[in-house]
Design a protein around this ligand. Structure first.
Ligand code: NAD
Ligand code: 89Y
Length: 340
């Protein structure tokens, strides 16, 4: 089998998970890495046994024939990087948050559209094993007509931000950084939203932005989703990085509880399932379900490219999740429900 040759841009904290996940896919070889800081790129190259390292994306693309690029940089860099990659027509997977505002996200989408080049946002929470298992049981058990969802990400573990110090200075923090995943999950389970009402709080003065939020979403199918997140939720054991979910349907309900336990209530019976992520040598708690999902997300990116089908979380699709994020901020600011 001919391997697809990829490049990875951004050799920071989360990129280590990306490269280790790429190494799990047999039909892939990451041949180049690139970081503005060449020392970081060189270190990454030797640590992960990569052939080439660069500090310039254009130079890298001129020197090598690359089938796809994986962008693992922070949001404010995405438009400029997207301009270069779309010009060279390189299929791209790009980390969340897709952009720091909707206007830039739309610009990136239209650049790739114009150049007929595939673009996926690396929205990995819906690719976590416990959430995939939840979806699988809903379908298998034919749970229908959802009316209620609660999607929660609450913890008090500093590991959830100490590796990502850029988060401290964001005027808009938790909704943009984590809410984006949870709104995407609401869309994944409940369909598209028609309005959002949000209340933000700051409970940790190390951060400029909100560190807690609660959102109420009315969905087009008339169901309601409550999304909430916090970095100040003290529990033992701590819940990082587990998304907990409660879903109610006309014929039953299902919960994703702590420790990947899934509980189905249907026909007056309770059934328990295990949604644990798969084990790999490089995966460990508390990041395990996030780390494993990176493999699943990469696989979806590559399979869709090979089969020439649109990605589930294409750039265009992710605009809908990002729109919930910015309307959530608007709602908190205006203290009113905002139509989507
Ligand atoms: P980081 O700051 O540690 O690393 C980013 C790297 O990109 C830096 O080394 C920087 O020099 C490099 N870079 C920036 N612009 C560049 C350019 N034009 N060309 C080449 N290199 C460039 O950031 P991080 O913590 O690794 O986060 C990266 C992204 O991953 C963020 O958007 C973050 O939200 C996201 N992330 C996602 C998850 C998830 O579960 N999906 C988890 C953590 C982080
Ligand atoms: O950046 C965030 C994300 O996308 O998932 C978890 C996270 O790393 C914050 O803890």
């Amino acid at each position: 089998m001919k391997k697809l040759k990829g490049a990875l841009i951004g050799c920071g904290f989360f990129a280590e998970n990306h490269i280790l996940a790429w190494k799990e896919l047999k039909n892939i070889e990451i041949i180049c890495v690139c970081d503005l800081d060449i020392k970081k790129a060189n270190k990454f190259k030797s640590k992960f046994n990569i052939l080439h390292s660069y500090s310039s994306i254009e130079l890298m693309l001129k020197k090598h024939k690359i089938d796809f690029v994986d962008v693992v940089t922070t949001m404010e860099t995405h438009l400029n990087i997207g301009k270069i990659l779309s010009k060279y027509k390189i299929p791209t997977s790009i980390q969340k948050p897709f952009a720091e505002n909707l206007s830039n996200a739309k610009k990136i989408v239209s650049l790739y559209k114009k150049n007929k080049t595939p673009l996926m946002v690396h929205e990995n929470f819906r690719w976590q094993s416990p959430l995939l298992k939840l979806k699988e049981i809903i379908n298998k058990e034919k749970l229908t007509k959802p009316h209620y969802a609660k999607i929660s990400f609450r913890h008090a573990n500093p590991v959830g931000y100490t590796n990502q110090t850029y988060l401290y200075d964001l005027k808009e923090y938790l909704t943009l950084d984590v809410g984006i995943h949870l709104f995407d999950l609401s869309r994944f389970f409940m369909g598209e939203a028609k309005s959002i009402y949000t209340v933000n709080q700051n409970t940790n003065n190390k951060f400029k932005g909100e560190t807690d939020f609660i959102s109420l979403i009315r969905n087009r199918n008339n169901s309601i989703t409550i999304v909430d997140a916090s970095i100040s939720s003290i529990k033992k054991p701590d819940r990082f990085a587990q998304t907990l979910v409660n879903l109610e349907f006309s014929n039953g309900s299902i919960d994703l509880d702590y420790n990947y336990k899934i509980i189905l209530h249907k026909n007056n019976k309770k059934k328990i399932y295990d949604g644990k992520p798969k084990k790999y040598k490089w995966i460990s708690k508390p990041w395990d379900q996030i780390q494993e999902s990176v493999i699943n997300t990469h696989k979806h990116f590559i399979d869709s490219l090979i089969n020439n089908i649109e990605h589930d979380t294409s750039g265009e699709d992710n605009i809908k999740s990002l729109s919930l994020v910015f309307n959530s901020y608007k709602s908190d600011k205006l203290r009113k429900e905002i139509k989507i």
